[in-house]
Design a protein around this ligand. Structure first.
Ligand code: 2U9
Length: 345
C-alpha cells in the first residue's frame, strides 16, 4: 500500500506541474482530492487494514494530502501570476502614441468685444445691469424724455408687440428702470444687450444689434468725469496713443449731448481709408443726463447729476477687426468665425 501511495503521489505531483492554467489545476484538485478521488478512497479504505497498520498509513496519507494541497496552492499562485502577466501584455497600450488633436472653439468676435468692454468698466467700479427685451413703451420712450408724439419716436421705427409693448430700440430703458429701483441712490452701471429697429438689413444696418450703454449718477458728476472715463475707454480699446474729441450733438435723454471721435488707430490722424481721410473715427454718443430723465426716475436734479454714453459693439468690432459687413456677425459662417482664434489656451 505504501508503494501505491508513493505512485499516486508522483502521479498527482506530475499533473500539478503539468497544469497549464488555473482551470486545469482545479480539475486536478477535484480529480485527486475530491469526494470521489483516489486519496479520499485511500482514507475510506483504511478500515480494511489491520489495526496495527492504520496509524502509520493514516499518518502517511494525511502527510501526502497536506503535501499535495501545498503544491496545489503554490502552483495556483504561479499560474495566477502568469495569467495576469499575459493579460497585461495583451491589453498593453502604447502611451507614447500622440493623442488625437482636440478642436478648440473660440469666442464669437462680438462676444469678445463685449466682454472686453465689460471687463474694462467693471475694473472702474461699474456693475452690469440687464432688463427685458420686450419693453414697456413707458421705459423705452416716455421715461427717457421722449413723450408721445415726440418726433424721435418716428425716427426710431420700432417693432411693436402690443399697443404699449415693443422690442426695445435701445438699452436705455434698463438705465431708466435701474434709476427708478434705486430710489435716489448713486448709480454706476453699464447695460449690454440686444436691441431692435425696423431697418432693412445691409452691410451697415441690422434689424437686431447690440448696444452697450453706461450711466453714472451721483453728487457733483460733471462733464469732465464723462471725458476722463471715455478717454480711458478709448485708450484701453484702441491703444494708448489715442486722443479723443467731443462734438456737439443731440439726444432727447442727455443735455448737453456729444459725439465722441477717436484719433484714427490705423494712420494716427494723417488720414486713411479707415477714417475716410479725416483722421478721426466716430465711436460713441454721450452726454449729461437730462434733468427731466432724472426727475421722472425720482432723482432730485438740483442735488444729483449724471453722465451717460452709448455705443454699438458691432461697430467697435468692425473697426477693431476690419470687418466690412455687419451681417458677418449673425450668419455664423465658420470661415469668418475661425479667423478669430484665441491665442491663449
Ligand atoms: C438714461 C439716460 C441717458 C444713453 C446714451 C447715447 C448717448 C448714444 C447710441 C450710440 C450708437 C446708441 O449704439 S448706438 O446706436 N447711443 O449715442 N446713448 S447717451 O443715455 C442715457 C440712457 C439712459 C436713463
Amino acid at each position: 500500500m505504501e508503494n501505491e501511495l508513493q505512485q499516486l503521489k508522483e502521479e498527482v505531483l506530475g499533473k500539478i506541474a503539468d497544469a497549464a492554467d488555473v482551470k486545469e489545476l482545479n480539475d486536478v484538485r477535484v480529480a485527486y482530492l475530491g469526494k470521489k478521488g483516489p486519496i479520499t478512497d485511500l482514507l475510506k479504505g483504511m478500515g480494511k487494514l489491520p489495526a496495527e497498520e492504520r496509524p502509520k498509513m493514516g499518518a502517511l496519507v494525511n502527510e501526502m494530502r497536506q503535501e499535495v494541497t501545498g503544491k496545489l496552492e503554490a502552483r495556483k499562485e504561479v499560474l495566477e501570476a502568469e495569467a495576469i502577466t499575459k493579460q497585461l501584455e495583451a491589453e498593453a497600450i502604447d502611451v507614447t502614441l500622440p493623442g488625437r488633436p482636440v478642436k478648440l472653439g473660440n469666442a464669437h468676435p462680438l462676444t469678445r468685444v463685449i466682454e472686453e468692454i465689460e471687463d474694462l468698466f467693471i475694473s472702474m467700479g461699474y456693475a452690469i445691469a440687464e432688463g427685458p427685451e420686450a419693453e414697456k413703451d413707458y421705459y423705452n420712450f416716455e421715461a427717457l424724455n421722449l413723450p408721445k408724439g415726440h418726433p424721435a419716436r418716428d425716427m426710431q421705427d420700432s417693432f411693436y408687440i402690443m399697443e404699449d409693448i415693443l422690442l426695445r430700440t435701445h438699452t436705455s430703458p434698463v438705465q431708466a428702470r435701474t434709476m427708478e429701483a434705486k430710489g435716489g441712490e448713486p448709480i454706476r452701471i453699464i447695460c449690454p444687450g440686444k436691441v431692435y429697429r425696423r431697418d432693412n438689413d445691409d452691410a451697415t444696418h441690422s434689424h437686431q444689434f447690440m448696444q452697450i450703454e453706461g450711466l453714472v449718477v451721483g453728487e457733483g458728476i460733471r462733464m469732465s468725469d464723462l471725458k476722463g472715463t471715455l478717454t480711458v475707454f478709448a485708450k484701453k480699446m484702441f491703444g494708448d496713443e489715442r486722443e479723443i474729441r467731443l462734438r456737439p450733438s443731440f439726444f432727447p435723454f442727455t443735455e448737453p449731448s456729444v459725439e465722441m471721435d477717436i484719433s484714427c488707430f490705423k494712420c494716427g490722424g494723417k488720414g486713411c481709408n479707415v477714417c475716410k481721410g479725416t483722421g478721426w473715427i466716430e465711436i460713441l454718443g454721450a452726454g449729461m443726463v437730462h434733468p427731466n430723465v432724472l426727475e421722472m426716475a425720482g432723482y432730485d436734479s438740483k442735488k444729483l447729476s449724471g453722465f451717460a454714453f452709448g455705443m454699438g459693439p458691432e461697430r467697435i468690432a468692425m473697426l477693431k477687426y476690419g470687418v466690412d459687413d455687419i451681417r458677418q456677425f449673425y450668419t455664423n459662417d465658420t470661415r469668418f468665425l475661425s479667423q478669430f482664434q484665441r491665442t491663449e489656451v
